[in-house]
Design a protein. Structure first.
Length: 231
């Protein structure tokens, strides 16, 4: 039996040992586009433990290369492992190899590679490419990385345009754009509110961004009242 198949099964065995059918039913409702048979029902802390074990073992590379995975949780473990890779070039190569196989929003949203934080200049071209992708979850991941990494000291107004540039109709993509702008309204209000005032976003995204901003504890009451008037 090829080694990579053995290692893939090892990860599956680890997941099987901590699966919970009740939790699986809960998870299935959150990701309706994934066949319930592909969901085991493993909680995030358990998956992170497995990811750490695999990351530190000789099994890591075999598991990362064995794509596509069978189970939803294997994909989550995969991204958790990638997030721990310290070398930026190795990490981005692993991200790029995996993104085409990401098939739901939780997998797209769970991992935040640690190596990205100290390599913003090198990361930006990748983010631009990911956001321009026709693959929904690649674009969603790109927008989330732009939100996580570039709304602080490294923020530039041009990044708002980048976040709004993917006009895809998919619900999960539009939701991420709205999430980005709601977060921008909390962290970079003066620049981002222009997109709301001038209605530069799709109507659905516009309204959802305002809704999420109004619900956020990070947006001032004064700003919330003004945003309500722009619905």
């Amino acid at each position: 039996m090829p080694k990579k198949v053995k290692e893939c099964r090892k990860v599956q065995d680890l997941l099987m040992q901590v699966k919970d059918e009740t939790y699986r039913d809960f998870q299935a409702k959150l990701v309706p586009n994934i066949d319930k048979k592909r969901i085991l029902g493993v909680r995030t802390p358990e998956m992170r433990k497995i990811a750490k074990e695999v990351f530190a073992s000789d099994d890591r590379d075999a598991f990362l290369k064995d794509l596509p995975h069978r189970y939803y949780e294997e994909n989550l473990v995969h991204f958790f492992i990638i997030a721990m890779i310290k070398d930026f070039d190795e990490c981005t190569a692993a991200v790029e190899a995996f993104l085409p196989y990401v098939d739901c929003w939780p997998v797209s949203d769970q991992a935040s590679p640690k190596s990205f934080k100290k390599n913003h200049e090198k990361l930006l071209p990748y983010i631009q490419k990911w956001i321009a992708s026709d693959h929904v979850y690649t674009a969603r991941f790109g927008i989330r990385m732009l939100m996580n990494e570039y709304l602080g000291e490294d923020f530039r107004e041009e990044y708002l345009k980048l976040a709004a540039s993917n006009k895809g109709d998919d619900y999960y993509l539009k939701m991420m754009v709205a999430w980005y702008f709601a977060t921008a309204l909390a962290k970079q209000y003066d620049a981002s509110v222009k997109y709301i005032e001038e209605k530069k976003l799709d109507e659905w995204v516009h309204k959802k961004a305002i809704q999420k901003a109004v619900e956020s504890y990070r947006v001032s009451d004064e700003h919330k009242e003004y945003l309500k008037s722009l619905r």
